[in-house]
Design a protein around this ligand. Structure first.
Ligand code: AMP
Length: 257
């Protein structure tokens, strides 16, 4: 179970799934510098290691792996892993080297831990798709398991970055979930035009002062290519800025023909 720490109930649901499936569960905590772009929040990313250890004590895992950045990336580190298609849209547009950093650290963790299964959250839907493709294309003998999004009772998807939000920003951040619920309702009532649904989501989000949209995309759930009509299984994914804090969320919708 690879994580960047600042553990919350979302991470712990991955741990629970792993423990239920596996004889030996390894959790890693590593804030991976390679996946942060210039000007992103690497230096202030929360690192409450003592609290994380306490949380994991309750879950009774077999091994906690917390390498240092220097161990993972010696000064002359020079080999990276890059996925060339699925990582380019959605979050890849604003964060062009993000998934290269993710793939590289995940490969390193796979090679260190040699797991049979690895657990990732649907919260980072594009990440799961990129990792699945990497595992397929580079012949890793590892089964990738996706765990549903854990939300607060308000609907806000749990995220380590929620810790940056003050009370007012937290209220504003609920628009992620409410706009996705709106989209879900539209589809349930027969709407099939992505442009119309996305425009409705844009209207809802734009009504909140201090919130800026990075992207709203309605894509084929496997290829991550934007669809021109909603059919089969689609993912509706979005990223917004609440003040300076960038938050993401998504929903998967299955339609019957
Ligand atoms: P992170 O520490 O943010 O890199 O996340 C580590 C893993 O936990 C990733 O696979 C995330 O997708 C997953 N994760 C983060 N938040 C949630 C959530 N709210 N529900 C389910 N999984 C999550």
């Amino acid at each position: 179970v690879p994580t960047m720490g600042a553990l919350h109930a979302g991470h712990l649901s991955l741990v629970r799934r792993a423990k239920a499936d596996c004889a030996f569960t390894v959790v890693s905590i590593f804030v991976n510098p390679a996946q942060f772009g210039p000007g992103e929040d690497l230096s202030r990313y929360p690192r409450p290691l003592a609290q994380d250890k306490r949380l994991l004590k309750n879950s009774v895992i077999d091994l906690l792996f917390c390498p240092s950045a220097g161990t993972m990336y010696p000064q002359d580190f020079s080999v990276y892993v890059e996925e060339g298609v699925l990582s380019k849209g959605l979050c890849g547009q604003l964060r062009p080297s993000h998934f290269k950093g993710v793939c590289t650290v995940v490969v390193k963790l796979f090679n260190i831990v040699l797991p049979d299964r690895a657990y990732f959250g649907q919260k980072d839907y594009q990440q799961v798709k990129v990792i699945e493709r990497m595992v397929r294309d580079l012949n890793f003998n590892i089964s990738i398991k996706t765990v549903p999004i854990v939300r607060e009772t308000s609907g806000l998807a749990m995220s380590s970055r929620n810790a940056y939000l003050n009370n007012e920003e937290r209220r504003k951040a609920l628009v992620l979930f409410s706009s996705l619920q709106y989209a879900k309702d539209c589809v349930a009532h027969g709407a099939r035009k992505p442009g119309v649904i996305a425009a409705g989501m844009r209207r809802i989000i734009s009504a909140i002062p201090g919130v800026k949209i990075d992207y709203i995309e309605i894509c084929d759930a496997d290829t991550l290519v934007p669809v021109d009509k909603i059919k089969g299984t689609v993912v509706i994914a979005l990223a917004i800025f609440v003040g300076k804090i960038r938050l993401i969320d998504n929903i998967i919708l299955k339609t019957t023909p």
